[in-house]
Design a protein around this ligand. Structure first.
Ligand SMILES: NC(=O)c1ccc[n+]([C@@H]2O[C@H](COP(=O)([O-])OP(=O)(O)OC[C@H]3O[C@@H](n4cnc5c(N)ncnc54)[C@H](O)[C@@H]3O)[C@@H](O)[C@H]2O)c1
Ligand SMILES: O=C(O)C[C@H](O)C(=O)O
Length: 381
């Protein structure tokens, strides 16, 4: 293991679904047991994670706020992995950051560990070290795999990335079966199905804990709509549903917050731009890869929301590609989901779509079904 900093003392996974714990102590003051708010007493002081904070209530009870959050990034040395690691090193909800890649992790971890934030950074390289990266992780973010070059579709990446995602998720099923997975590797429309099949085979599949990251589509849609309408981008929210490739990316411009009106040609123009935004970056980078900085930004937003949900914060919502009954005939679909203490807490039904959006939805469903079937077939072979 390449330790840029020593392993955090809290190597035990903490319990993110229990944001606040009560303590029982002996007459000598030693902690003997603790319990979640309203729950029964369990464990002893030894089960307390080292980065939890204790405070006394006015009634003299000791309360512990659990704040240990280990996040692992698989593919951490890459174009997305590095800036994502930097953003998570700056995140106050993260305590431990495990960086895993097949190459160059030692340098990235050493470099990042010098930033004076409280997050402990550790680097791991190669299959024999992946267990250390994953042990105790509450959240695993996976941007490992090859990016597109001009002229390629995301599906063209399947032949390489499908195997990478399969082997990494197999490792997750072994070393952190209870963690939430955020899958970034393309083609997301197939890699999420691959991940689900791997987890099912290992007997640890929990649909609430597997999310394909489509946050970049929302980030782009917010930016483009704010620019087009002269709005402050921080106030704009555009839900994006469907999947993450070409026409499967469907921004719901009828549902923009704050409410704005568009002409038909504005709707068609913006929809096409949002669907092609990844290709816009691939072409601008001219062979040097695809979106990395905006993706790291979007992945950091998704990770932050996932962690806030795990910590019990209410009303945390993001669009994500998850197991869903929202669209008939599909097992996975991107829409707004509520994030909670166990991952996806709820998937609200789709809002009423405009006739244009309904037409787009009807067209994208067979595309998504094909990608899903391809992923399932690969994982089952
Ligand atoms: N979901 C999205 O919105 C979105 C957005 C942008 C990019 N992506 C996808 O993210 C992936 C990564 O893009 P990038 O620009 O960071 O690519 P990159 O080539 O810069 O980085 C990929 C990293 O993955 C590592 N890697 C390869 N095989 C691995 C394995 N078996 N285990 C661990 N690490 C491994 C590589 O060593 C490299 O460091 C691509 O598939 C790309 O299409 C998705
Ligand atoms: O376009 C790509 O290949 C990468 C990513 O899916 C994106 O949307 O930027």
């Amino acid at each position: 293991m390449l330790s840029a900093q020593t392993m955090h003392p809290a190597s035990r996974p903490c319990r993110p679904s229990r944001p606040s714990l009560s303590i029982k102590s002996s007459s000598s003051g030693a902690i003997t047991a603790f319990r979640s708010r309203g729950g029964s007493f369990f464990g002893g002081a030894r089960a307390l994670c080292a980065c939890s904070r204790m405070r006394a209530t006015r009634r003299g009870r000791l309360v512990v706020a659990v704040r240990c959050s280990k996040v692992a990034i698989l593919g951490a040395s890459g174009g997305i992995g590095q800036p994502l690691a930097l953003l998570l090193k700056m995140n106050k909800n993260v305590t431990d950051l495990a960086l895993y890649d097949i190459a160059n992790t030692a340098g990235v971890a050493a470099d990042l560990s010098h930033c004076n934030t409280g997050v402990k950074v550790t680097g791991y390289t190669g299959e024999e070290e992946i267990g250390g990266a994953l042990a105790g992780a509450q959240l695993v973010v996976i941007p490992a795999g090859v990016p597109r070059k001009p002229g390629m579709t995301r599906d063209d990446l399947f032949s390489i990335n499908a195997g990478i995602v399969k082997s990494l998720v197999e490792a997750c099923s072994k070393h952190c079966p209870g963690a939430v997975l955020n899958i970034i590797s393309n083609p997301v429309n197939s890699t999420v199905a691959i991940a689900a099949e791997v987890l099912k085979k290992a007997g640890v599949y929990d649909p609430k804990k597997l999310l394909g990251v489509t946050a970049l589509d929302v980030v782009r849609a917010n930016t483009f709509v704010a620019e087009a309408k002269g709005l402050d981008v921080k106030d704009v929210d555009v839900p994006v549903i469907g999947g993450h490739a070409g026409i499967t990316i469907l921004p719901l411009l009828s549902q923009v917050s704050p409410s704005v009106s568009f002409t038909s040609s504005e709707i068609e123009g913006l929809t096409t731009r949002i669907q092609n935004a990844g290709t816009e970056v691939v072409e601008a980078k001219a062979g040097a890869g695809s979106a990395t900085l905006s993706m790291a930004y979007a992945a950091a937003r998704m990770a932050e929301s996932t962690l806030l949900g795990l910590k019990g914060e209410s009303n945390v919502m993001e669009c994500a590609f998850v197991e869903s009954k929202v669209a008939e005939g599909l097992s996975y679909f991107a829409s707004k989901v509520v994030l909670g203490p166990n991952g996806v807490a709820d998937i609200p039904p789709l809002p009423a779509l405009s006739p244009y959006e309904q037409q787009c939805l009807d067209k994208l469903i067979p595309e998504l079904a094909k990608s899903e079937a391809k992923g399932v077939a690969f994982a089952s072979a």
